[in-house]
Ligand binder design. Structure first.
Ligand code: ATP
Length: 284
């Protein structure tokens, strides 16, 4: 049975908060636009206009800013027919050829779909988290495993030209380690930095997302002022804010009473404590 091709309307705004991602509206809108713009056209228009679909997007930036979170949600956002997420280090295998085989398998499902469905089949998204673990500059590592993995990925991405229905997303904290051949046109040709730290509005969104469940279950103390917290947590990443809320939850679980307004000074000290937590997370 023929699957229906999803129709994309890039003018319909998306509520990214409802997806659970805060403070990254600009980046997500850009990813959607770049990945899908050419895919809103008919195959005939694509041919007539000699357009090439975007095959690869690299998301890079410091840890804890939500790149992995985006990876988990991107398939839904792009109405993908399938989404595969693999972690770079997981692909590595000590036996020669096994890692390359895994890469071929990742592309196989989309390639089969193309055979059955023709050029306009749904989008298959393949995500490599921590791609720097498997795609370092060739010729610089002692063993050749890295080099043959890079060769295999390049070969597969070049093959997408005929396919059109695959989008590969690479995620890394260390883009400077990647083999430069991967960044050429037709491969990870779009490179997007995921912002350093969210601004106050972004932090408020993240606080709201991360406390939504507590609120739903009436477990968010009435004295908690999220706007105030968003103001006070400049320098916090998304992961830092998530850590702060987890720590507050632990304290509650251990029976500590919620802070009252007059204990404001104490509250501020807590924010300081968590900032060391945030820093250690960011170092990871
Ligand atoms: P790393 O490179 O270390 O994997 P990352 O940029 O991929 O970092 P995530 O793993 O996505 O960051 O973030 C860690 C956790 O922090 C997420 O599971 C999520 O709970 C929270 N978080 C980070 N950024 C955001 C955000 N923008 N909105 C909501 N939650 C966020």
């Amino acid at each position: 049975q023929r699957k229906r091709t999803p129709t994309y309307d890039l003018n319909i705004p998306i509520d990214y908060n409802a997806l659970g991602i805060g403070g990254l509206d600009k980046e997500l809108t850009e990813i959607r636009r770049r990945a899908l713009a050419s895919r809103t056209l008919s195959p005939q228009e694509v041919e007539e206009m000699e357009i090439e679909h975007v095959r690869g997007i690299l998301l890079y930036g410091p840890p804890g800013t939500g790149k992995t979170l985006i990876a988990r949600k991107i398939g839904g956002l792009l109405k993908a027919a399938s989404t595969k997420i693999v972690n770079g280090p997981e692909i590595l295998d000590k036996y020669v050829g096994v890692s390359e085989q895994r890469i071929r398998e990742l592309f196989a499902a989309a390639e089969c779909d193309q055979d059955r469905q023709g050029a306009n089949s749904g989008l298959h998204v393949i995500i490599f988290d921590e791609i720097d673990a498997i795609c370092k500059k060739r010729g610089e590592m002692d063993n050749h495993v890295n080099d043959t993995i890079v060769d295999q990925l390049l070969a597969k991405m070049d093959g997408i030209e005929q396919l059109n229905n695959i989008l590969v997303i690479g995620i890394t904290n260390l883009p400077e380690l990647l083999d430069s051949a991967l960044l050429r046109p037709g491969r990870f040709e779009i490179q997007m930095k995921v912002i350093n730290l969210p601004d106050e509005a972004g932090r408020l969104q993240i606080f709201e997302i991360r406390t939504a469940k507590l609120k739903e279950n009436n477990k968010l103390d009435g004295s908690v002022n999220l706007k105030e917290l968003a103001k006070k947590t400049k320098q916090y990443s998304g992961a830092g804010i998530a850590g702060l809320i987890t720590m507050a939850d632990f304290k509650r679980a251990l029976g500590e009473k919620p802070k009252k307004k007059e204990e404001k000074d104490q509250n501020e000290q807590n924010v300081d404590e968590s900032s060391s937590l945030k820093k250690s997370e960011e170092k990871e």
